[in-house]
Ligand binder design. Structure first.
Ligand SMILES: [Zn+2]
Length: 344
């Protein structure tokens, strides 16, 4: 048989006409099936003269590849992108999870943790009152945690702070006061700073104790600052937080880094001193420790206690959030239980 491109060209032209008028399935049948046009052409390779066989075969294969490629493109562009069984691996997890297998809570958007929600509100209140914010740290040294706060080495009051120590003699802060010396040195007077931070205590957990919790410290230093400024400032903050007017009183307390020291007590924001489960039927709630910053602590922070005075407080964020929301077990806050968190 004499070599000719005629057969190849004929099929090429025919295919180009068919492409617009028949479906990809029919194109496959007509050109690529066992009884298709190309099969006839492939058979003809063997019928060529010996010297033309390779050339003819090559041309037929080019046409075959061209037709296969076109048919493939046509059929894939007509196919739906993802059939029911297929999984889009780039989609978020719940898109690939059948409705009946989705965990109930995944059907809704997530939310911030109740502690985060309240912390943001609290910091906003203090910012409106003119305070700056400084974050505490999660590991510190003996000097900042104790010595600079008037707990010299060997002081018995250290025993009241059951802390975790590392082998390098570093400490996981048991209170946000670990930042006081840095604050006194860093800021210009008047100093008005609140310090939120994570704290750690080496203690057994129960409904009202956790080994990890959050505190918010306040530091205020200026000329002629007295305890009445302290009571007024804390009262204004707590009234904004509980969104109600409060009566206040104080009880004596003891901290090495303040003198005098006080326990700040508020009238129960829920029962107005009538007595309820939140205030344990006393009408009053102890809310935080506070006091006038000890002269030694001011001196250690580079501030002259003869010229300036100030106050500081520290309260537990977890406890405040529990009181405000009637949560009875502190451990729920760190449990990660979706049924609990979903309520906020
Ligand atoms: Zn009450």
């Amino acid at each position: 048989m004499k070599f000719s491109y005629k057969e190849i060209t004929k099929i090429y032209e025919e295919f180009n006409k068919d492409i617009d008028s028949i479906s990809s399935d029919d194109l496959k049948k007509k050109y690529l099936s066992k009884k298709g046009n190309l099969k006839d052409l492939l058979k003809k390779i063997g019928e060529q003269e010996k010297e033309d066989r390779a050339k003819f075969g090559k041309e037929v294969n080019i046409l075959k590849n061209f037709i296969e490629e076109k048919v493939e493109i046509l059929s894939s562009s007509l196919k739906p992108k993802f059939s029911k069984e297929q999984i889009d691996v780039t989609a978020p997890f719940e898109k690939n999870t059948p409705e009946d297998k989705k965990p109930k809570l995944l059907n809704k958007l997530g939310s911030t943790h109740p502690l985060t929600q309240e912390l943001e509100k609290i910091l906003e209140i203090f910012q409106k009152m003119g305070f700056q914010i400084e974050e505490s740290r999660q590991i510190d040294d003996d000097y900042n945690m104790f010595q600079s706060l008037n707990f010299p080495i060997g002081h018995p009051a250290r025993d009241n702070w059951d802390t975790f120590w590392t082998e390098e003699n570093l400490v996981l802060p048991a209170h946000t006061s670990t930042m006081q010396n840095r604050i006194l040195r860093k800021y210009e007077i008047p100093i008005r700073v609140v310090i939120p931070g994570r704290c750690f205590r080496n203690e057994a957990t129960d409904a009202s104790h956790e080994h990890t919790f959050y505190q918010i410290e306040g530091v205020y230093v200026d000329e002629n600052i007295s305890m009445s400024h302290m009571f007024g400032t804390i009262k204004a903050y707590l009234e904004a937080f509980f969104e109600t007017e409060l009566d206040i009183k104080s009880q004596p307390s003891y901290f090495p880094f303040t003198e005098p020291d006080a326990e700040f007590v508020i009238s129960c924001p829920f029962c107005k001193k009538e007595g309820c489960s939140i205030c344990k039927y006393t009408g009053w709630i102890e809310i935080m420790g506070c006091g006038m910053i000890h002269p030694h602590v001011l001196t250690e922070g580079g501030i002259d206690p003869k010229k300036y005075s100030g106050f500081a407080w520290g309260f537990g964020l977890d406890r405040l959030v529990m009181i405000k929301n009637g949560i009875d077990d502190i451990r729920k806050l760190h449990s990660g239980e979706l049924e609990f968190l979903d309520q906020f």
